[in-house]
Design a protein around this ligand. Structure first.
Ligand SMILES: Cc1ncc(COP(=O)(O)O)c(C=O)c1O
Length: 424
C-alpha cells in the first residue's frame, strides 16, 4: 500500500481539505472566480457579505447561476473533493481491509443524520434517493383489499405511481386529495386530508413540499391528526430535508424519505429513510442482499442491505451534515425563505404580467417559486434562461426557480432582469 493511502494519512489529508487548511500544499487552491479559496467561517447572517462568502464554498463559475435546488444542488468544494478523493483511493485499493472504513463512516452518517432530524439512530437507514425510500414503504407495508390509503394529487411519481401499481396488484383503494390551487390559509391545506379519513384509512402519503406548485403542506398538523385516528403517515421530504429546520419526532410522522443531493447539498445518489421504531416490524424488506440478517433490529440493517453500492457517496454524508450545521439549520431555512420572498416580490413588481402557481403567503410555501409568463411556454423560458443567461432552473408546473444558500440577493436581481427581458 502506498504511504499516502494508509487510513491515517488519508484521514489527515481529508481533514485538511475539509477545514480548508491547505497550508501544506505549495499552491493556493483557487475558487470558481479565480481567487484563492476561502474557508467557511462564522459570520453575521444578516450581512450579505456573509452569503457572498458562503457562495464561494461552491464551484459554480460566475457565468452560471444554479436556481434548481429542487432538482439537484452543487455540493461545497469540501464534499466534492472528499467524494472524488475517496473514489481515487478506492481505485488504488479495493480490498476489504481498505473498505472497512466505509462501514465506520456509514455508522457515523446514520448517527449524525438521526441527530440532524431528531430521531433515534436505529430509526434511520441509508438508501440511494427519495425514490428508493418511498418504494421501501410502498412495497413493505401489508395492505389488502378493503384497506384505503390517501394520496395528495401533487405527489411525485415515486410516491403516487408507486402506490397505484401496488394497489393494482393487491386490491386496496386509493383516495386522491386535491387542495385549493391558490390556498389562503393553513386550514385550507389541512382540511381536505382530515376530511378524507374513514375507518378504513391505513395511511396518508404526501410530499412535504410539492415540486410542481411549491405548496408546503402543514405536515405536523396532518401527521398529528392522522395519529389520533390510528392512520400512518409517509412524508416525502425530497423538498424539505436540508431546507426546512426539521424535527421528525415533533412532526409526528411514521415514515420520512429524502435525498441528500437536493437541499442538503450532499453527495449525489444518496438518500435517507426514517421509520419510527414503533412501525419497523410492520415493514417487510423489499431488497435483500448478502449481509442481511433476520435479526436486523435497525432500519438500516433490516431494509437497506441493497448490495454493492458506490460507498464513496455515503462516505461524505457526515461532512455534509457538518457543513449544514456550521451554517445552521434555522439560518438556512430563514435564508432560503428570504431569497424566495424577495424573488416573488421582485417578479410581482418588475414583471406584473407574470402569474404565480406557488402561493404568495410565506407560510404556505417553501423554497420553490413557480410562475408563468403569458404567451411563453415554461420550456421555452427555461431553455433561454440557460442558453442566454447561464441560469439553470426547471420547467416543472410552470417556470420553477428554487434558490439556495449559494445564491445571493444580487443573483435574484440578475435573474429577474433576465426574466424581464424574456417576458417582453
Ligand atoms: C417530492 C419529490 N419526491 C421524490 C423525488 C425523487 O427524488 P430522487 O430522484 O432523488 O429520488 C422528487 C424529485 O424531484 C421530488 O420532488
Amino acid at each position: 500500500m502506498k504511504e499516502s493511502s494508509t487510513p491515517n494519512n488519508r484521514r489527515k489529508f481529508l481533514q485538511q481539505l475539509l477545514t480548508g487548511s491547505m497550508a501544506t500544499l505549495a499552491m493556493p487552491m483557487l475558487g470558481a472566480s479565480g481567487e484563492p479559496r476561502q474557508s467557511l467561517v462564522a459570520g453575521d447572517a444578516s450581512d450579505e457579505r456573509y452569503w457572498e462568502m458562503v457562495k464561494k464554498q461552491f464551484a459554480v463559475p460566475p457565468k452560471l447561476m444554479m436556481m434548481n435546488a429542487a432538482n439537484l444542488c452543487p455540493s461545497p468544494y469540501s464534499i466534492n473533493e472528499l467524494v472524488t478523493e475517496t473514489l481515487q483511493h478506492l481505485g488504488q485499493d479495493v480490498s476489504f481491509q481498505y473498505r472497512h472504513q466505509f462501514a465506520d463512516k456509514r455508522g457515523m452518517a446514520i448517527e449524525k443524520m438521526s441527530q440532524f432530524v431528531g430521531v433515534g439512530k436505529e430509526e434511520i437507514g441509508i438508501v440511494r434517493n427519495t425514490t428508493e425510500g418511498n418504494s421501501i414503504i410502498v412495497n413493505g407495508l401489508d395492505l389488502k383489499a378493503g384497506d384505503e390509503i390517501i394520496l395528495w394529487d401533487q405527489n411525485h411519481a415515486s410516491n403516487n405511481i408507486a402506490w397505484e401499481q401496488r394497489a393494482r396488484r393487491y386490491g386496496f383503494t386509493i383516495k386522491k386529495i386535491t387542495v385549493p390551487a391558490s390556498p389562503q390559509s393553513v386550514e385550507e391545506l389541512l382540511t381536505p386530508f382530515t376530511k378524507a379519513i374513514t375507518p378504513k384509512t391505513r395511511l396518508i402519503s404526501f410530499s412535504h413540499v410539492s415540486n410542481t406548485s411549491g405548496i408546503a403542506l402543514p405536515a405536523k398538523e396532518i401527521c398529528r391528526y392522522a395519529r389520533t385516528k390510528n392512520v400512518l403517515t409517509l412524508v416525502d421530504g425530497a423538498q424539505s430535508l436540508g431546507m426546512i429546520d426539521l424535527n421528525l419526532k415533533d412532526m409526528g410522522c411514521d415514515f420520512y424519505t429524502a435525498s441528500t443531493h437536493k437541499w442538503l447539498l450532499g453527495p449525489y445518489e444518496n438518500g435517507v429513510v426514517y421509520i419510527s421504531r414503533e412501525q419497523l416490524d410492520k415493514i417487510w424488506p423489499t431488497v435483500i442482499s448478502a449481509g442481511w440478517k433476520d435479526t436486523g433490529k435497525t432500519v438500516d440493517e433490516k431494509l437497506c442491505v441493497l448490495g454493492q453500492r458506490n460507498e464513496t457517496t455515503p462516505f461524505a454524508l457526515p461532512e455534509t451534515i457538518d457543513f449544514q450545521l456550521s451554517v445552521g439549520k434555522k439560518v438556512i431555512e430563514e435564508r432560503v425563505r428570504k431569497l424566495t420572498a424577495y424573488l416573488k416580490d421582485q417578479i410581482r413588481t418588475k414583471i406584473p404580467q407574470a402569474t404565480f402557481v406557488s402561493p404568495l403567503p410565506a407560510e404556505l410555501s417553501a423554497g420553490i417559486v413557480i410562475f408563468n409568463l403569458p404567451g411563453k411556454t415554461p420550456a421555452e423560458t427555461y431553455q433561454k434562461l440557460y442558453d442566454v443567461y447561464g441560469i439553470a432552473c426547471a420547467a416543472t408546473g410552470g417556470i420553477r426557480l428554487s434558490p439556495h444558500i449559494y445564491n445571493t440577493l444580487e443573483d435574484i436581481d440578475r435573474l429577474v432582469t433576465a426574466l424581464g427581458s424574456l417576458a417582453a
